[in-house]
Design a protein around this ligand. Structure first.
Ligand SMILES: [Zn+2]
Length: 177
């Protein structure tokens, strides 16, 4: 899982920062030898404020859908593959401008995990659950929001449009039925 990779990375970074702190305390400078070459490196540590800009023009219908209470996927007319989150092209057939379809009804939780060690851009959220649910049309990966005892493999869920706080943007989540 991507989350596992992120967690391992976070641990590495924390460990490196600890070592750097120790070096700075000992020598008065954040300078350390690069492990492979022995070249001296100055390590500067500062908080990064990341902002993502992702081109969404080709899937703007998806965001219109959220505003109108619909959760939309795309479907390739040639091979029948369904894409969610939607994408404009089918990489299998090299077909472009796929058809739009709504994901409706109930799905079933295939797997889920509780995220307590969060990547930096999610660090301000309380612990959350991410899972995959199988719907008739396609699998959906999303946050699962509901009482923990109702979140279980095989449990039924539906997709809901919600406002993600504190950012206040529309997104979707899985909710146990
Ligand atoms: Zn296709």
């Amino acid at each position: 899982m991507i989350e596992d990779v992120r967690e391992a990375k976070q641990r590495d970074i924390r460990e490196a920062l600890r070592q750097l702190d120790a070096i700075t305390k000992m020598t008065g400078l954040p300078i350390y030898p690069e492990p492979k070459t022995g070249n001296l490196l100055w390590a500067d540590v500062r908080e990064l404020d990341l902002r993502y800009q992702i081109p969404v023009k080709k899937i703007s219908k998806f965001f219109e859908g959220l505003r109108n209470g619909k959760i939309l996927a795309t479907k390739c007319g040639k091979c029948g593959s369904v894409y969610f989150p939607p994408q404009n092209d089918c990489p299998k057939c090299k077909v472009t401008d796929l058809e739009w379809m709504e994901i409706v009804g109930e799905g079933e939780i295939v797997t889920y995990t509780v995220i307590s060690v969060k990547p930096p851009s999610f660090a301000h959220y309380p612990d959350y659950v991410v899972g995959i649910a199988k719907f008739k049309e396609t699998n959906v990966t999303a946050w699962i929001d509901g009482p923990r005892e109702k979140i279980k493999v095989g449990g039924k869920v539906r997709l809901e449009i919600v406002k993600r706080e504190p950012e206040g943007y529309l997104t979707y989540k899985l909710v146990p039925v």
